[in-house]
Design a protein around this ligand. Structure first.
Ligand SMILES: [Zn+2]
Length: 280
C-alpha cells in the first residue's frame, strides 16, 4: 500500500471517531491500585476499517455515576472513589495515550508534532512547576485538542504528605492549568500511582476524576525505543490506557517510540482518543 493510501486509510479510521465518551470510564473500573500494569493480552489481529461505528447519542458521553464506590460526593457531580480508573470501557477499539511529568520543551513539542501528524489527541498529566515555566506548551495542547490533567505541582509522594500539603499541590496545579490551558483539569493522576484517601477526596472536591493506567511502558527506565514500542503493541487492547512520560529525564526514546507505535496502532484499526466528561 502506498504511503498516501495509508494516510487516507488512517483518516478514514479517524473520521467519525468521536471523543471517547467518559461514560465508559466508570463502567470500566478494574481492580488494583493503579500502579500495576495488567498482564499483556495477546496482540489482536488487524481489524482494518471494519469496526462498525454509529453516532453517539449525547447521553452516551456522560460519565455514569458509580454506585457503591465511596461515600456520597460532597463535590456536586464528582464522585469520591476508592481506586483510580484504570481503563476506558469498550467503545470499539479505542485506546488512550497519556504522557506524564511535563511539559518539557525538549520532548513535549516533538510528541505533539507526531500526534498532530496523525490527527490524534492524547492526555498530558502535567506538573504545575513544569507548566508554570512552559505555559506556551499548555496553550498549544489546548489549541490542538489535547486533554491536560493534574499531576501535582512538584511530583511528591502524596502518601507522605499532610492533607493540607496535598491540597496545595493539587490546587495550585489546577490554577496554573486553568491560566495556561484555558480550563480547569477534569482528571488527576497521583505521582508514582501512589493514591490515598485524601487524594481521592481532595481530587473530587476539586472536580477531578482519578485516572491510573493499564499499560506501563516503563519508558523512564530508558529500556530502548524498540522495547517501549513492544510494550505498547503487546499491551494494545480496547480500552487500554498507556502510560509514558514527556519529561523527568532523557525522554528521547519515548519520542521515537511514539513515531513507530502510533501509526502501527492506527493501521491495526485502533482509535486513539481522549475521555471527555460532560455532565448534564
Ligand atoms: Zn509522574
Amino acid at each position: 500500500m502506498q504511503k498516501d493510501q495509508l494516510l487516507t486509510r488512517r483518516r478514514a479510521l479517524l473520521t467519525g471517531a468521536a471523543t471517547l465518551g467518559a461514560a465508559g470510564v466508570a463502567a470500566a473500573l478494574a481492580q488494583g491500585t493503579g500502579n500495576r500494569a495488567a498482564p499483556p493480552p495477546p496482540v489482536p489481529p488487524a481489524a482494518g476499517a471494519q469496526a462498525a461505528r454509529r453516532p453517539l447519542k449525547p447521553s452516551e458521553y456522560r460519565l455514569r455515576p458509580l454506585a457503591g464506590y465511596g461515600p456520597p460526593s460532597t463535590a456536586g457531580s464528582t464522585p469520591v472513589r476508592r481506586q483510580p480508573l484504570l481503563r476506558m470501557s469498550g467503545r470499539g477499539r479505542t485506546m488512550v495515550l497519556t504522557f506524564d511529568d511535563g511539559p518539557d520543551p525538549r520532548y513535549t513539542p516533538p510528541i505533539l508534532d507526531t500526534l498532530a501528524r496523525y490527527e490524534v489527541r492524547a492526555m498530558f498529566f502535567v506538573c504545575g512547576g513544569m507548566a508554570a515555566e512552559n505555559r506556551d506548551l499548555l496553550a498549544r495542547m489546548a489549541d490542538e485538542g489535547h486533554v491536560v490533567g493534574n499531576h501535582t505541582w512538584s511530583h511528591p509522594l502524596l502518601t507522605r504528605l499532610s492533607r493540607r500539603r496535598i491540597r496545595s499541590e493539587m490546587e495550585r496545579t489546577c490554577d496554573i492549568i486553568e491560566k495556561a490551558h484555558g480550563e480547569r483539569p477534569a482528571w488527576f493522576r497521583a505521582p508514582y500511582g501512589a493514591w490515598n484517601r485524601a487524594a481521592f477526596q481532595l481530587g473530587a472536591e476539586l472536580g477531578m476524576e482519578p485516572l491510573g493506567w493499564t499499560v506501563d511502558t516503563l519508558d523512564w527506565t530508558s529500556p530502548g525505543t524498540a522495547t517501549i514500542v513492544d510494550r505498547v503493541e503487546q499491551g494494545a487492547a480496547p480500552g487500554v490506557v498507556v502510560l509514558s512520560h514527556d519529561a523527568g529525564g532523557d525522554r528521547s526514546q519515548s519520542v521515537r517510540a511514539l513515531r513507530t507505535y502510533l501509526p502501527e496502532l492506527l493501521d491495526s484499526g485502533y482509535h486513539i482518543s481522549v475521555p471527555r466528561r460532560q455532565y448534564a
